[in-house]
Design a protein around this ligand. Sequence first.
Ligand code: GDP
Length: 296
Amino acid sequence: MFDSLSDRLGGILDKLKRRGALTEADVGEAMREVRRALIEADVALDVVRSFTDKVRSRAVGVEVIKSVTPGQMVVKIVHDALVETLGSDADPIDLNAPAPLAILMVGLQGSGKTTTTAKIAKRLTERGKRRVLMASLDTRRPAAMEQLATLGTQVEVNTLPIVPGQSAVQIAKRAMDAARFGNYDVVMLDTAGRVTLDEALMAEVAEVKAATNPHEVLLVADSLTGQDAVNTAKAFDARVSITGIVLTRADGDGRGGAALSMRAVTGKPIKLLGVGEKMDALEDFDPQRVAGRILG
Ligand code: GDP
């Protein structure tokens, strides 16, 4: 997802490094090029502006311009600013709450929500040694419920038995009860997705949230949709207060804009990246590592 941005930034910074001595004008010119590269990567304009302002103000300092390797210092400044923009520290799923702890999965249809629910459940079961129960709350699409049940069999995680005719809230409550009686540690609630953001969707998610008091509310967003993914996150956060974001299709040819804008625009951390269709294709989102990847 960062290939093209990485090439562009690499080229700009290499030019600076080769120059030896640097003037303020050199830094200014490089920042104009960085600005163009970020805009082409579909990074939100406000984020582009604050990023380049931050780098410029740090890079025109006397110590940098007068240093023996000013280019290297600018690269370090860009790296640090990228890490800050991406959220500074890795922010994994928080399991620090009494069992059964609920994780509410929200997002638009097709974002990869059901797949991600099963990926997380698999990871919590295998690596975290947690007992996990998954439940689909998609009352309008029986196929979605069956999809989660199939994935559950595949990753060897139990799913709540399907009872036709129940509302999303009723299913969610049944899942919490089943988890209590069955001594589960974690309940993953896969809410219904819609093609567009609508009030009915938000009202249902809000109702489920109120009924289950989830410890994490994770928004699943498709990185290929760029700034739309960021707007979706903003809208969900405003309505149901999300705790984090999973950015899917990071293996695709997205331009990186969603990843770079998400934290700054929503204030919420990207916790995980979906990097493929397979059940193991899930990575922790570590700002340090991602910044390193972007700068090559
Ligand atoms: P939902 O409607 O949001 O529940 O979306 P699904 O979980 O059904 O996913 C829709 C499609 O996207 C499926 O074919 C998934 O295999 C695929 N998918 C989900 N996450 C990723 C990802 O990180 N990378 C890739 N390449 N495909 C993904």
